[in-house]
Write a protein that binds this ligand. Structure first.
Ligand code: SAM
Length: 282
């Protein structure tokens, strides 16, 4: 079953949370010169024109990135947000107008250095073929296949550092458990890896299986952040929040992200809350 297409949701509040976290992690990793391998297990298309039929249908970006874009002059003065919004500005085709939203392949590749490499894995044939059309640096490899299996096959890596983003669509209930098992296996192979895992907060609360499995295995240093957006009464089955785990977060990440998320959360809606903790400590 592969019915999920990220184009319907591009730029929504969860993307803001996910990509700002990813941007902050990359920003911290780039403070050292040693080479990094990045792996994006569920890459999607890479770039989303907001006028595309799918994105224009739900226009979820209006309650997400568009609100920050409108406030970019003020937000631009806040560390991390300034650089993030400036990067976002470079993707726009019409100067000041927000017309494109970049997905994780773009966020991961836009500051890729010569010594780094990036692997983008996508299973959906149409999404993969969209990704092939993107202009990306030479040290980016695009793979058609199952993200978690490919991750396992490709570890360990030759570079001293590794950063992995796991961002599935969770269309199947088993995916929460599969992600936990894949994460545990990956961390056993590369203990110093920085691993980011996104999960949705849905009424069924299945993300707890993922969180509990990671804790039960004895993984260390897992920082969790959640952007909670209660669904309106008419959409009680919908997503009520976005969760991010960062295993082995770079030093200083927490402080920068908490400040940035604190500044943008009120713009995303009155009832929206941001919370964070060490799900598993040192
Ligand atoms: N990471 C992207 C971003 O931030 O822009 C969004 C990814 S979207 C949430 C999930 C993607 O995973 C979809 O494009 C879907 O086609 C793809 N997918 C689903 N099952 C997969 C699998 N087993 N392996 C790799 N990709 C898969």
């Amino acid at each position: 079953m592969l019915s999920y297409q990220h184009a319907y949701h591009a730029g929504n509040f969860a993307d803001v949370h996910k990509h700002l976290t990813l941007f902050a992690v990359i920003d911290h990793l780039l403070r050292k010169a040693s080479p990094i391998t990045y792996i994006d297990t569920h890459a999607g298309r890479g770039l989303y024109p907001l006028a595309a039929e799918e994105t224009a249908k739900l226009q979820e970006y209006r309650d997400g990135i568009a609100r920050l874009w409108q406030a970019r002059d003020r937000l631009g003065e806040i560390p991390l947000l300034g650089e993030w919004l400036a990067a976002l500005g470079r993707v726009q085709k019409q100067g000041n107008r927000l017309d494109h939203y970049p997905g994780s392949p773009w966020w991961l590749s836009h500051r890729l250095r010569q010594q780094d490499s990036l692997k983008l894995i996508e299973l959906h044939p149409a999404e993969h073929s969209h990704l092939l059309q993107q202009i990306l640096p030479r040290n980016v490899q695009r793979l058609h296949g199952d993200g978690l299996k490919e991750l396992d096959r490709r570890l360990p890596v030759k570079t001293p550092r590794l950063c992995v983003l796991v961002d599935p669509s969770y269309e199947r209930k088993a995916e929460y458990d599969e992600v936990a098992r894949a994460a545990i296996k990956a961390m056993a192979k590369v203990r110093h890896a920085v691993l980011l895992i996104w999960y949705p907060l849905l009424p069924a609360g299945r993300h707890r299986e993922l969180l509990d499995a990671l804790r039960a295995d004895g993984l260390r240093k897992v920082w969790r952040s959640e952007l909670i957006r209660p669904a309106p009464a008419s959409q009680q089955q919908g997503m009520q929040g976005s969760g991010m785990l960062v295993v082995n977060p770079p030093w200083g990440l927490e402080e920068h992200l908490v400040t940035a998320m604190g500044a943008i959360t009120p713009l995303l809606g009155e009832a929206v809350r941001f919370q964070h903790d060490w799900w598993i400590g040192e």
